[in-house]
Design a protein around this ligand. Structure first.
Ligand SMILES: Cc1cc2nc3c(=O)[nH]c(=O)nc-3n(C[C@H](O)[C@H](O)[C@H](O)COP(=O)(O)OP(=O)(O)OC[C@H]3O[C@@H](n4cnc5c(N)ncnc54)[C@H](O)[C@@H]3O)c2cc1C
Ligand code: FES
Length: 277
């Protein structure tokens, strides 16, 4: 198998999440590939737009769903602009799944704290689906999620369903509330929610994803509250080309984000040259 050759997938559905972010539901054209395709929460695909380029995107759908998978994409540059011009029925190239995902095996039997900022909730949504479906494998699940404004929150239609799960808490905050918008939750950065959270360091695992500045303050706050470096996991973003540990584009010190990550324990990330905290 040639790892650089993308498989073709059709866009089944496009959902406008916010003003600059859409969720794309994809389905492989080839029956065999579609049948065999499996991913772990936290892994990513390289998505290519022919004639434009290729970029990595986290897989954001339910890992148990058969036949389809989803990507939530924010329009920021050339590849994402080209993706936003596509319509339902159009074809993209897909390589993956790649990388190491979230440590769900390690989290089994423990409390799970999820801390997400902005589009950082995308690689954590499969974890939410998984923990809701396999509720008895985990203790309490608590999600702390922050965005710039209420209009920037992703997956809002799903919150009621998430909150109905046993022993599941969702806490929301936004940086600012535009005039006239109703908002019953916190205002402030996502670390403000640490004041309301119930998860304690004993027997818990923390999964963090968001802009690096947010992850920096989240890790600082968690360490101050007694969580250890080994309990905290982060999903890192670096520019990528091959996605499979060959080209060195995504290298930070001795680690390849594409192959050794994108999920790392804080323990692993702290000594790297691009120190985020
Ligand atoms: C593992 C992983 C998972 C990801 N998951 C998602 C996801 O789920 N959803 C999502 O929307 N995005 C995700 N990303 C980010 C996405 O891959 C990038 O935003 C990608 O660059 C977009 O491609 P583009 O061609 O549209 O943007 P580009 O044209 O590459 O530009 C993107 C931004 O990067 C800047 N830039 C351009 N070149 C460089 C350079 N050489 N060095 C530094 N900055 C540069 C540009 O100024 C612009 O602000 C993920 C990235 C990784 C590594
Ligand atoms: S993207 Fe090529 S080594 Fe990671």
């Amino acid at each position: 198998m040639n790892i650089y050759r993308p498989s073709l997938a059709v866009i089944e559905k496009i959902n406008q999440e916010t003003r600059d972010t859409r969720t794309f539901t994809l389905r492989f054209l080839d029956d065999d590939i579609r049948e065999k395709y499996k991913f772990n929460p936290g892994q990513f695909n390289m998505i290519s737009i022919f004639g434009v380029g290729e970029a990595p995107f986290s897989i954001t759908s339910d890992p148990d769903a058969k036949g389809i998978f989803e990507h939530t994409i924010r329009m920021v540059g050339s590849v994402t602009n080209a993706i936003f011009k596509l319509r339902e029925g159009d074809i993209v190239g897909v390589r993956g799944p790649f990388g190491k995902g979230w440590p769900l095996d390690e989290a089994k039997g423990k409390d799970l704290l999820i801390v997400a900022g902005g589009i950082g909730i995308a690689p954590l949504r499969p974890v939410i689906y998984y923990t809701i479906k396999h509720r008895d494998e985990f203790n309490k699940v608590e999600v702390l999620y922050g965005a710039r404004t209420p209009g920037d929150l992703l997956y809002v239609d799903e919150y009621d369903q998430w909150k109905q799960a046993k022993n599941f808490r969702l806490l929301l905050t936004v940086d600012a509330v535009p005039k006239g918008v109703k908002w019953d939750h916190r205002v402030g950065v996502v670390t403000k929610l640490f004041e309301d959270m119930e998860t304690k360091p004993d027997n818990s695992i923390v999964l963090v994803c968001g802009p690096e500045i947010m992850m920096k303050f989240a890790v600082k706050g968690l360490l101050e509250r007694g969580f250890s470096k080994r309990q905290i996991y982060l999903s890192m973003e670096r520019r990528m080309k091959c996605g499979v540990g060959k080209c060195g584009h995504c290298q930070i010190g001795s680690k390849y984000v594409c192959k050794d990550g994108p999920v790392f324990s804080y323990d692993e990330v702290e000594p790297l040259p691009d120190k985020i905290v």
